[in-house]
Design a protein around this ligand. Structure first.
Ligand SMILES: [Zn+2]
Length: 124
């Protein structure tokens, strides 16, 4: 399988989120645009239910109400979901579907970012 536009797929421990897609040269033309996709290494050991449950629980204080949040999404490997999600950011950027500078008051929830100041790891 060829992932056109992906320069590196990086697995990194200690990320606060599941993954991050970074444009290598944000100003390059759509045809030449390349991206690094950095994925929290723990995703490789999780299924979709485990990953999304942990992610959603970060929005709530544990024990504050006695309620808990769980996501039942089956046993599909989490990496499938993460790759699909991150590649949609790549497609969005190349096709220019989401404005680079959203209107005032709107903020991008997630999407391609500027490259980190220090590349986090050697891709493998
Ligand atoms: Zn995203």
């Amino acid at each position: 399988m060829e992932l056109r536009g992906v320069r590196a797929l990086i697995f990194l421990d200690g990320m606060p989120n599941s993954a991050l897609t970074s444009a290598v040269e944000p100003g390059s033309s759509a045809d030449d645009r390349k991206f690094d996709i950095t994925i929290r290494a723990g995703v490789l050991r999780e299924n979709i239910s485990e990953m999304l449950t942990a992610k959603e629980r970060t929005c709530f204080e544990v024990g504050a109400t006695g309620f808990t949040v769980s996501v039942e999404g089956g046993s599909m490997d989490a990496i499938v979901y993460v790759l699909l999600h991150e590649v949609t950011h790549l497609v969005d950027s190349v096709l220019g579907l989401t404005p680079e500078n959203p209107p005032c008051g709107q903020q991008r929830a997630c999407g391609p970012t500027e490259p980190p100041p220090n590349p986090p790891a050697t891709p493998f």
